[in-house]
Design a protein around this ligand. Sequence first.
Ligand code: ZN
Length: 159
Amino acid sequence: MGLTIMRRIKFCAGHRLYKHGGKCEHFHGHNYVCDFFVTGDTQDAVGRVMDFSELKSRCKGWLDEHWDHSFLVSHEDDNAIEALRMVKPCRLFIMPYNPTAENMAKYLLEEVCPKILAGTGGVATRVRIWETDESFAEAAVDSKDGVYVATFEAATSGD
Ligand SMILES: [Zn+2]
């Protein structure tokens, strides 16, 4: 049986969508809301999957350090990277793909959560990125024979 808890963390960040062709290819920002869903198969002596304050400090710690008040750009977006590197102090986070809400959720689920949740007994099974009050994107893994398997395609580099 899996028990799931969720912690919501808010942060602000800038981005632009490389080769979007619409208004999102201009520099702009969002007040993002990020929901981390963490599942565990066991409970501690208190009855918890993990301590909510522990989950908060790990997730918020990473976001504060890397994405909050930063600028997210695609690794292919040389023009934006060059421009942002001229700004002092520079706060920039280069993504291996376009920084859409979908890819931000995927990046957190795939790259970040396994590291920040290591040793807690909890596994991130779902990450939801709210870009506005009305819209979110979600990356999720499914439990298959008790093993959590990513449902999305792995990002391919170089295309
Ligand atoms: Zn945007």
